[in-house]
Design a protein. Structure first.
Length: 167
């Protein structure tokens, strides 16, 4: 396979922290464990507890301009690693393709891939004083879009925020 070179870079907790509020969605399951991810990338992943699931290994990454999380349980050796994307990821197909390039995989090599590969379907709109609608952000889940519309409303500005499904 000959692929365009992509750049996968582990990001600091400070860079990832503001993005955690965006809701992460499972993108795909890798055909190897989190320990193997660590070996393939030649990096040390972070160890952290996940409520009700035990200890995990993982890290946040930036792949070109896209953010993602790769993680997996430590206690269940051999369990495949999971890749999560942000809830407002505009180009999931591009992220999938670039990840396959990083790990030298074909999409068919992946045990599971999300159905959410199109652009985010729920749009947060701001209605200004003149009746103009301005797109603020898009999300894959309606609940996340509604949460952000409410957060914008709570800022106390005079604008109204609504959520619409993209056509």
């Amino acid at each position: 396979m000959h692929h365009k070179k992509t750049s996968l870079k582990k990001v600091s907790p400070e860079e990832w922290s503001p993005k955690r509020e965006l809701d992460q969605l499972p993108l795909l399951e890798l055909p190897f464990s989190i320990e193997e991810v660590q070996q393939k990338l030649s990096i040390t992943l972070d160890r952290y507890p996940v409520d009700g699931l035990g200890e995990f290994l993982g890290a946040a990454f930036k792949l070109d301009t896209q953010y993602l999380l790769i993680n997996g349980p430590i206690e269940y050796a051999g369990t495949n690693a999971i890749v999560e994307m942000l809830g407002n990821e505009p180009k999931p197909k591009t992220l999938l393709t670039n990840l396959c390039n990083v790990f030298d995989l074909d999409k068919d090599d992946l045990p599971w891939v999300t159905e959410l590969l199109s652009s985010p379907a729920f749009i947060v709109l701001r209605l200004d004083d003149n009746g103009n609608e301005v797109e603020m952000q898009r999300f894959h889940r309606e609940g996340t879009a509604s949460y952000y519309a409410q957060k914008y409303e709570e800022r106390g500005h005079k604008q109204t925020y609504t959520v619409k499904k993209a056509i």
